[in-house]
Design a protein around this ligand. Structure first.
Ligand code: KIV
Ligand code: ZN
Length: 519
């Protein structure tokens, strides 16, 4: 993957998305195989140049996800991450083998603190490992990326020696990550300039930025790295990733687009798909998007104060530096209700960026009608919640069939719940310390389990007392955490569905582990 100049003389920047690797690595963001495939398909369609699909040696599940993504992605390069060891690199090579354009991304720490305490190796040993690992990867694929982990805290002379050796051994991309989110824009820009000036074979590789957001500077640092000569940005949707996350793809892309006057770079991203990508990643990870998050937060294009509204009515450029349509937010919010027909619903889905098959459409339409019977207005967010919830539950074995809860001051609160499990109906009645507790106890009575409830969060999808409640639940079992979300006008039904959704995910995880153990 090379970075070249376009006809309008802007430099083409390669977008390397690591939502499925660095993003998935952060606590609680685990995705099922099905969810990873959906995210990969969307990234490919959106114009991402490189999809880092996972860390194949980490687990059989990761390996399977990387190889399935490799077989189905149509345009993007598919990368698998590997440490410097032989097994890591061979596993990564095997996982990306079926990709039209495979890449192995191998990394090794180069900073004094990492070499001394983490690797317990001398710099010369590390240098030998860089050469051996890149050479091994190059024997498997033609496209090899090498990363100097903790690059921004690495001594300059040693960094230059490693980069030169990696390029000589065949690395085609050199990534200098700000692994701990420590650098600042001027420093990072200067680092790339220094390396590109001092390393004699620097012109044989594309340089890459990879910034973590511990000090809130990941996007600013990434753009500064481009000014220093990098032409690849590693980033994630919604900025998810280790600790405070990675540079957010949507922010980087829009910064380059909106401020093209000062940043002479362009990407191949279809920015109208950014909101859809954000919503999908939020739905499958159950990580809510901060309301005031740049580009994709629900308030990013909302104007409430009188002065701002007045300005907006006179001219939208008074308070908007980009149009909502550029990032896929529909300008007008057409209110849908129970009188809306199939055509209007289809049109609405299209406007929101969904393309459903005929069966999926019929299913979504029936559920929309059922919702419209319960709610006066069905807003865009309600429809998105309804479609996203289905995406997340397509492979579930257990479903909530009915729920009746008796609540109020007199107590005890009682839930009567019927679940369908693999086609069989089971009903119980349970008490609890409050209605939510009663619902969860009823689920536990039907599906005994040891999982601990780590998070229970409710928010209203839209405004008003008939708003849909969106509930997120995180369950942890044997060191593994899964999260699920569900939306419904009845908070208790949403709670039961979210809890069961998380249990479904745990069950899928267990089934996968059993299947791989039996192989
Ligand atoms: O942050 C980091 O250093 C990484 C590397 C594996 C590239 O994620
Ligand atoms: Zn990282």
């Amino acid at each position: 993957m090379s970075a070249s100049k376009s006809v309008n003389s802007k430099d083409r920047v390669v977008i390397f998305d690591t939502t499925l690797r660095d993003g998935e690595q952060c606590p609680g963001a685990t995705m099922t195989l099905e969810e990873k495939l959906q995210v990969a398909d969307l990234l490919d369609e959106m114009g991402v140049d490189i999809i880092e699909a996972g860390f194949p040696i980490a687990s059989n599940g990761d390996f399977e996800a990387v190889s399935m993504i490799a077989s189905r992605v149509k345009n993007a390069v598919v990368a698998g991450l590997a440490r410097a060891g032989v097994k890591d690199i061979e596993r990564a090579g095997e996982a990306v083998r079926k990709a039209r354009r495979p890449r192995i991304h191998t990394f090794l720490s180069t900073s004094p603190v990492h070499m001394k305490y983490k690797l317990q190796k001398e710099p010369d040993e590390v240098l030998e490992m860089v050469i051996a690992s890149v050479t091994r990867a190059r024997n498997l694929v033609a496209d090899v990326e090498w990363s100097a982990e903790d690059g921004t805290r690495t001594e300059h002379d040693f960094l230059c020696r490693c980069v030169e050796a990696a390029i000589k051994a065949g690395a085609t991309t050199i990534n200098i990550p700000d692994t701990v989110g420590y650098t600042a824009p001027d420093e990072y820009r200067a680092l790339f300039r220094m390396v590109r000036e001092r390393v004699p074979n620097a012109d044989k590789a594309v340089f890459s930025v990879h910034c973590h957001n511990d000090l809130g500077m990941a996007v600013a640092n990434s753009v500064a790295g481009l000014e220093g000569g990098a032409r690849q940005i590693e980033c994630t949707i919604n900025g998810i990733g280790e600790r405070a996350g990675n540079a957010a793809l949507e922010e980087v892309v829009m910064a380059l687009k909106v401020r093209g006057d000062i940043f002479p770079f362009e990407t191949g991203i279809r920015s109208e798909m950014l909101t859809r990508a954000s919503k999908l990643v939020s739905a499958v990870t159950s990580f809510p998007v901060q309301y005031n998050k740049a580009i994709v937060g629900r308030n990013a294009f909302a104007h409430e104060s009188g002065i701002h509204q007045d300005g907006m009515l006179k001219h939208t450029q008074t308070y908007e530096i980009m149009t909502p349509e550029t990032v896929g937010v529909a300008k007008t919010s057409l209110v849908m209700g129970k009188h809306s027909g199939r055509n209007a619903f289809r049109d609405k889905l299209k406007g929101l960026g969904y393309e459903l098959s005929d069966n999926e459409f019929e299913d979504a339409f029936n559920r929309f009608k059922a919702l419209a019977d319960q709610k006066k207005h069905v807003y865009d967010e309600d429809i998105e919640a309804l479609v996203d919830e289905k995406i997340a539950t397509a492979t579930d074995r257990m479903k909530v069939l009915s729920l009746l809860v008796v609540a109020g001051t007199l107590g005890p609160q009682v839930a009567t719940l019927t679940l369908e499990i693999d086609g069989v109906h089971k009903t119980v009645q349970s008490q609890g310390n409050g209605p939510v507790d009663a619902c969860f106890n009823a689920i536990k009575a039907i599906v005994p389990h040891e999982a601990m409830l780590e998070l229970y969060q409710v928010h209203a999808v839209t405004e008003g007392t008939d708003a849909q409640a969106e509930v997120s639940v995180r369950l942890a079992e044997a060191g593994k955490a899964v999260t699920a979300k569900a939306a419904h006008p009845d908070t208790l039904v949403a709670s039961a569905k979210a809890y069961l959704g998380a249990l479904n995910k745990l069950m899928q995880k267990r089934d996968r582990l059993h299947a791989t153990a039996a192989e």
